[in-house]
Design a protein around this ligand. Structure first.
Ligand SMILES: [Zn+2]
Length: 89
């Protein structure tokens, strides 16, 4: 059986990497509303072998009203569910 533990220090380190990815113009896994991004942690086995792993937010490409005009943005499903996004039809 595998257990998972999220290590916060490693997660901070990963945010730095994703910032560099934005500057490079590559699409990244980040919510446009709440800035939720990729989290890094470890997979910890019973024999205590540590393997690095990542968690990605569930992002959806939606048409929303941003500053009065419709725009396609990447939003996490939690923001969609809680009604933080004003959808454009
Ligand atoms: Zn969000």
């Amino acid at each position: 059986m595998w257990y998972t533990i999220q290590v916060s220090e490693i997660a901070m380190y990963f945010y730095d990497i994703s910032d560099r990815v934005i500057k490079g113009g590559v699409t990244m896994a980040k919510c446009a509303i709440c800035d939720k991004g990729v989290t890094v942690g470890i997979k910890l086995s019973h024999s205590h072998i540590r393997t690095k792993r990542t968690w990605h937010p569930n992002l959806q490409r939606v048409k929303a009203i941003v500053d009065g005009s419709p725009k396609r943005i990447m939003v996490c499903t939690r923001c969609l569910r809680s009604g933080k996004v004003q959808r454009a039809i």
